[in-house]
Write a new protein. Structure first.
Length: 399
């Protein structure tokens, strides 16, 4: 007699998770062991990938104004529990201008911020009032009551009636709040698959909690317990599907992406002056051909690079030994200021082994590319200094 397979629902909230769980083949592997269904946020741009996936059941709609309210609550939670993680103050400084690392010495600055006009001033006033330890207790339930469950998502999960819901998460997902509450309401087990190594320490604090978390590592598990108050038995280190294939591919590439020796310069998402160090490297190589010979720098800007206000514009024509990674070039040159359009660009991770396996070494600001470089046993020179231009100083805290 054939054993009945467990019914699993995979809920995809955005394009990043299409890349990491659909394009990567993870969903296909899940479907081999379980009776899998897939639904996705209607705002996803990579619809062709979703609709060609096995067991795709359709889309759920979201309300942009309600999602904005979720994000506002995430910011308030960061403020309320700002001392749980060293990176929460960094995020508050970036989002609302609240410079918590200097909290004991900047009372006047904070008072000026509270009087400031505009969005950051309003957010600072709201967080300072509602994020107060005593006041928060009285307003918490009222705020959450104004964040109703997504009715469309509830309907679809009710129809499918899975045994388990898997939700790839950045720990900063309005849809995740709905998934957790719906699963509690329908008595379904929920599992968040935390997508990146820093999500639990840098985003916010869960207020709608899943039954279980799948995390990258023991450090990730420690973040779940210390920052989010999860029980140890509810958190399981399982690695990440983004990196699984890399281990079998290192040292095994049979072709090269460039016909010259190269160093990869990996850019970061947050504002940081990358043009200045690239100019310095270009000058060094140009002036010492006897040392570097045909060496070049392959500049790989972050695919979702945020707009820079003060950094000099990178112009490839001004460099003699720096080239832009062709996988990123078109996206970088378009330089879209619309982050939703940027995130819809999802570079294939199949290219990474070829790029990294053949590199001399890797350098750049501190990003997840550091981990990928180390998997391929490449030395990584990290840049972490006050560049004099960015609003955030990455030297302030090192996690």
């Amino acid at each position: 007699m054939e054993t009945k397979k467990t019914k699993v629902l995979l809920v995809i909230a955005g394009d990043l998770f299409v890349r990491n769980y659909i394009r990567s083949g993870v969903a296909n592997r899940i479907s081999e062991a379980f009776q899998l269904s897939i639904i996705a946020n209607d705002s996803c741009s990579l619809k062709s990938d979703l609709e060609s996936a096995r067991n795709f059941s359709g889309y759920f709609k979201t309300d942009p104004s309600l999602e904005a309210a979720h994000y506002n609550y995430f910011t308030l939670l960061i403020f309320r529990f700002r001392h749980r993680s060293m990176t929460f103050p960094f995020r508050l400084k970036r989002d609302i201008g609240w410079n918590l690392p200097d909290e004991r010495h900047s009372r006047i600055k904070k008072f000026k911020l509270l009087l400031k006009k505009g969005k950051k001033g309003r957010e600072a006033r709201r967080c300072a009032l509602l994020g107060n330890r005593l006041i928060f207790k009285f307003f918490k339930n009222r705020i959450e009551a104004k964040l109703p469950i997504n009715g469309d998502l509830l309907k679809q999960i009710s129809i499918i009636r899975p045994d388990i819901v898997l939700f790839p998460s950045s720990a900063y997902d309005p849809a995740g709040n709905d998934v957790a509450r719906i699963c509690t309401k329908l008595d379904i087990k929920s599992v968040y698959l935390i997508d990146n190594w820093d999500n639990l320490s840098s985003k916010s604090v869960f207020w709608a909690r899943p039954d279980f978390l799948g995390v990258w590592s023991e450090q990730h598990k420690e973040h779940a317990i210390r920052i989010h108050d999860f029980e140890s038995t509810k958190v399981c280190p399982i690695g990440t599907p983004r990196f699984d294939e890399y281990f079998s591919q290192r040292g095994a590439t049979t072709s090269k992406p460039f016909d010259f020796p190269y160093v990869v310069f990996s850019g970061c998402c947050l504002p940081f002056d990358e043009t200045t160090p690239l100019k310095a490297l270009d000058k060094e190589i140009r002036e010492h051909p006897e040392i570097y010979k045909d060496l070049r720098i392959v500049y790989r800007p972050h695919p979702w690079r945020q707009k820079r206000k003060t950094e000099a514009v990178f112009k490839e024509s001004e460099f003699t030994h720096v080239v832009i990674d062709p996988q990123i070039r078109d996206q970088f040159l378009r330089n879209s200021e619309n982050m939703s359009e940027q995130v819809s660009f999802q570079p294939s991770t199949d290219y990474y082994p070829l790029l990294l396996d053949n590199a001399q070494f890797v350098c750049g600001p501190l990003t997840t590319f550091l981990l990928e470089s180390l998997i391929f046993k490449k030395h990584y020179i990290g840049l972490s200094y006050d560049d004099g231009t960015a609003a955030q100083n990455s030297v302030c805290k090192f996690v």
